[in-house]
Design a binder for this molecule. Structure first.
Ligand SMILES: [Zn+2]
Length: 140
């Protein structure tokens, strides 16, 4: 495994401001803070991709996210809404290859958006959607 900054934060070799930690996952703020209150939830045991996570760990991460969203709303920090974002793979924008779920507090008009590029405005037919659904379902 190549050097992993999130493993360093988990071990205490690098700084992180911890919000939560249990036997399976932890939540902290790293140095990249484009939003006040942005928290990352990571598995304690290194895993590069979502598919590598034991289901119990993936489930716990989402349970912690649910608690953090509620906590952010109660915290007094600016938070009118919350986005959860997980990039799985380089093409999806994953930059640190230790699974991490972003918890992003949002305020009205903050200008943050996940945008589709040109050519994504086409709406497929129901027949095409049914075919795609069957293809995905077949891979489950
Ligand atoms: Zn790691």
């Amino acid at each position: 495994m190549r050097h992993c900054v999130f493993c360093d934060i988990l071990s205490g070799e690098a700084e992180g401001s911890f919000v939560y930690r249990d036997d399976l996952c932890a939540a902290f703020m790293d140095i990249h803070q484009p939003l006040a209150g942005k928290v990352l939830i990571v598995p304690v045991r290194h895993a590069a991709a979502l598919a590598e996570l034991p289901p119990e760990t993936a489930g716990r991460m989402f349970q912690v996210a649910q608690r953090l969203v509620a906590a952010l709303r109660r915290s007094g920090l600016p938070c009118d809404g919350v986005n959860l974002f997980l990039a799985d793979g380089r093409a999806a924008g994953q930059d640190v290859f230790h699974v991490h779920l972003h918890v992003l507090p949002r305020v009205a008009g903050d200008g943050i958006a996940l945008r589709f590029g040109p050519g994504h405005a086409r709406y497929p037919s129901r027949v095409e959607l049914d075919r795609l659904a069957a293809q995905i379902a077949g891979a489950l």
